[in-house]
Design a protein around this ligand. Sequence first.
Ligand SMILES: O=CCCC(=O)O
Length: 499
Amino acid sequence: MATQYQLPFQLADSSLVHFDSCVGDKWVGAKSGQRFEVLDPGTDKAWASCPANSADDVPAAAETAHAAFEQYRKVNPRQRAKWLLKWYELTVAARDDLAQIITHETGKPLAEAYGELEYSLGFLWWFTGEAERIHGSVSVPAAPNRRLFTIKQPIGVAAALVPWNFPVAMVLRKVGAALAAGCTIVVKPSPETPVSSLVLAELAQRAGIPAGVFNVLTTDLENTPALSEALCKHPLVKKVTFTGSTRVGKLVATHCAQGLKKLTLELGGNCPFIVFDDANLDQALDQLMTLKWRHAGQACITANRIYVQAGIYDRFAALLKERTAAIVVGHGASAGTTMGPLTTPRGIDKASAQVEDARRRGADVLLGGKPLTSRPGYFFEPTILSGMTADMQISHEESFAPIAALYRFETEDEAVQLANATSMGLASYAFTKNIDRMWRLLENLEAGMIGMNTGNQSAAEAPFGGIKESGYGKESGKEVAVNEYLVTKTGTLTIEGQY
Ligand SMILES: O=CCCC(=O)O
């Protein structure tokens, strides 16, 4: 169905864009006929609409993906690699159009949208290589006259529940691994960001990836819980991958538990960023500026709690304030913008409540602290809070907003104890030039990923995933990511005769 909306941006190839779900080789509406609007967070205006699929639309998608799986699982890995590579090349060529769409779905500045695409393309490139590197093992067991071996096989139809903050990267990180493994997949993008997923489906078709291998079921906020539950519980779906909040991740785990589905959970962050007296301050500030303000703080691995050692605390806070004051907040597509809006109005409410809570409990607001109401859209001022303490909301929950919360500490033991005082364990960051201390931190910080003098550790070749209530399973990285979509079969052979 053609959208009734005028796109607020120009596309080089308008035939890339669809506003219906992709099931098999068909672009389809919801059974109910219901649709929902896609809003530009930088203007609060609708610019597209997509089908509001419900749980009733799940069986057709799962059956289509399963029929495709029966063929795709037998495709030679080299052919799978060739399709992934073609998909990579077509996505490179569609970069300008995709960047516009990402910016108008998420609000992030165009430069960041291009950054996301660069990151995303890494996944297609990486999984192109991984497709041919899936293998089992052979060994000699204790029992005489036997050989023991394992083979790896694709698990079946996968379902991906994808967040809105990196709508292309998160789809390609999951789908790239699934397709390399020989699985087919049904993706449910977030209600905020369906269009970019549909462009990826069009590009996959153009790349020759067989119909039904990559399906996209769009839906709105209201139908999301029931549709997701139906996907998790559908008997033909054998694997679920979810990126999102810990609260929803626990629900997804409950749904999957009934069918004992294999599950990958990439959940909430609340990540500590620790700067010691002996750190290179410029390096720590450069990294913090990128990590903290990327997509207005809406990343699971953003620096949520910034611990600065007492000897440098005041200087660090002043320098951070000076640099942050230079951020230009505006529409993501406007020239000069270095920070866009939040993606949802819900984000504004949560950020306001967190700042208010911190202020009431004694934090100083060094910069910002409020929504920007002088323009339409969901803007929040880049905010710095100083004098944070453990009793404040931000100390316990993910912020997902442009709020830099500064805490003072004295000793390494104290920093480790404060950093680990959370139910989450996604990423931790430490800045010090003391190599012994750095090694201790690597071992003592409770997180799945440790940034050592860096705030940027996400990459296709690096296993991504948390511990504690930040989830389980790994995405990207050598072997581990593709393994999430494979089953291991053990074979034991008895050999007769002399050898
Ligand atoms: O927000 C979650 C993903 C962030 C990343 O992959 O760097």
